[in-house]
Design a protein around this ligand. Structure first.
Ligand SMILES: [Zn+2]
Length: 296
């Protein structure tokens, strides 16, 4: 499953190509992905100019003139590829390599850009991804978005915000952080990393980070900073990889994330001075990686 930083780097990679471009044709090569395409999906886009690309949680938002917004989710295995006479690039950086098998090219946006014709191709072997279309003014109240919490990249995520969410909660930190009503788009990998960086156990109860008066304890201030930093670092890493990809002529490499806790079971903890080992437990059906020696 792509995580938020991957979707953000996809957005940043597509924006220079798509923003301002006119959609000459939206080609759907099948009637559905995970869900059927909505009625008149292609017709609503054809001839329209893309006004901006955005992201909310793990959803890509493509605004077009006239007020429609394409809502795209990459599912498990989805990716976008940019093609043209002199271009072939897959924006974004993924923990697992993406398919380039053209049998799985399901949607093609044919674009007119100042640089010439471009095709933005959506490829998805497992077809857990999906696309929908809505009016811009309906987005905030849309079923995908209305219950989402704050973005970990925005200015609204601070320790006071999380304290209000965690106050009195008898939920393990891991589950509370994965709850999209608290923080939008934060997934398993970055929750593990943020808890490791802030030396907090994933099994600690969320409410124990908040004072009786509802204020954040210093551990919650540290956790908030760690969440923002792990996401920012991952986006930054994706961004630098993306620039390398664009310079490469046709040969695509994939940036390999380097995690400190996630997927490191049995390896030594990297916290300075800690002699512990990263362990793996299962919480709510998901693997949690953490060091029981320095995460309390
Ligand atoms: Zn440790």
């Amino acid at each position: 499953m792509p995580e938020l930083p991957e979707v953000e780097t996809v957005k940043r990679g597509l924006a220079p190509v798509m923003e301002g471009a006119r959609i000459r044709r939206a080609e759907l090569r099948r009637p559905d992905l995970r869900f059927p395409f909505p009625p008149a999906f292609a017709e609503k886009l054809e001839g329209r100019r893309v006004t901006s690309l955005g992201r909310r949680a793990k959803y890509l938002l493509i605004d077009v003139e006239g007020g429609d917004v394409v809502i795209a989710h990459l599912g498990m295995s989805g990716s976008f590829r940019v093609e043209g006479a002199d271009v072939s690039d897959t924006p974004g950086d993924f923990h697992l390599p993406r398919s380039k098998d053209t049998r799985h090219d399901h949607v093609v946006f044919h674009l007119e850009t100042p640089e010439g014709e471009r095709r933005v191709v959506y490829n998805d072997p497992r077809r857990f991804g999906f696309m929908d279309i809505a009016k811009r003014e309906e987005i905030a109240a849309h079923a995908f978005f209305r219950d989402l919490g704050a973005e970990p990249t925005g200015n609204t995520l601070d320790a006071d915000y999380i304290a209000a969410k965690f106050r009195g909660r008898q939920t393990p930190l891991k589950a509370a952080l994965l709850d999209q009503k608290n923080i939008a788009g934060l997934g398993n990998i970055y929750v593990c990393e943020a808890l490791w960086r802030s030396h907090l156990s994933p099994e600690r109860l969320a409410g124990t980070l908040v004072t009786a008066a509802g204020k954040p304890k210093k551990e919650l201030v540290a956790l908030t900073a760690a969440i923002r930093q792990v996401i920012a670092d991952a986006i930054e890493a994706g961004g630098s990889t993306l620039r390398d990809h664009i310079r490469a002529d046709g040969s695509l490499g994939y940036f390999q994330h380097s995690f400190s806790a996630y997927d490191r079971a049995g390896e030594p903890c990297r916290t300075p001075g800690c002699t512990g080992t990263i362990g793996r437990i299962v919480q709510s059906g998901r693997s949690t990686f953490y060091c029981a020696d320095c995460q309390k």
